[in-house]
Design a protein around this ligand. Sequence first.
Ligand code: PMV
Length: 340
Amino acid sequence: MLASVRTQPSTMFAATATAQPNIALVKYWGKRNADLNLPAVGSISVTLKVLQTRTRVQFDTFLSADSLLLDGKLQSGAELLRVQRFLELVRARAGRKLYAHVESDNNFPTKSGLASSAAGFAALALAATRALGLTLPQAELAQLARRGSGSAPRSLFGGFVEMHRGELDDGSDAIATRLLSEQAWPLAILVVITDSRAKRVGSSFAMEQSRQSSPYYGSWIAAQPADLASMRTAIAEHDFGRLGEIAEHSALKMHAVAMAAEPGLLFWNGATIELVHAVRQLRRQGTEAYFTIDAGPQVKVLCAKPDAERVLAELAGVPGVEKILRDEVGSGACVVEESR
Ligand code: PMV
């Protein structure tokens, strides 16, 4: 049996990885190097548990091109190109010239401001490297994942995570590190969907437009180290009120920078704004809940676990809310299957 296996040339190398999206509490907005996808600012996030991406990568000697099946649909154009470029990096790193078939499924709406690219490229980086027999140290995996999406390194880790801006030109210090494990501070995170259609403007394009034309871009960059320091302290001290206030402020500042670009970038719809008011109303009534918003119209709300049902019931009544996904603090990306 063993002898016959040895005589068969191996033609297929596959691995499957899962990763959860992460929600930035101190936002990443702006790049210091667009080619290497180096962030202009550090950021701090929390990784989710229930929302998940599952990605299978199969390198095969019989394939003559890369292919991508995303949520059951065969992709072409920009989406495929982005994955092909990423696979080129993995092939170069492994010294292999095999094409791959990638299948990726999200259990949540894709490309609508729910960090599907963060989870997607964290899972892809892990699955593709493992499929080719590479077990990269976390710092190297983070650098690779970052080339796919600036927020992807954060999804490699569970709990509360910091993505470092780094100073080096080659980006070797632009990596993620964990601040606090997923067990250390259980919080509820409600993902309030107000429009599940794919967004029209991608974050890379919007960041560049902000950098080039927003009059607030410089002050956004200058204030980030202080926000990061305050958030690190809030997380270390489990100070939820402080965490929430910094998170809301960071989100509103990021959107103000984008809105002031030329032409202005506005990711919100009417329900997004109503939800912001509803969260602040809950606080006035004594329930500690805080919002954050990424490059889309969805609103993510953080609260203590015992308050989650009440907050959910209140927000479900806001006109324009399509759906609320109940989530919590989860773990980092992991390999779930390997075959070589
Ligand atoms: O990693 P990208 O290119 O999808 O950009 C993420 C940008 C925000 O989600 C708006 C902020 C963040 O830090 O996640």
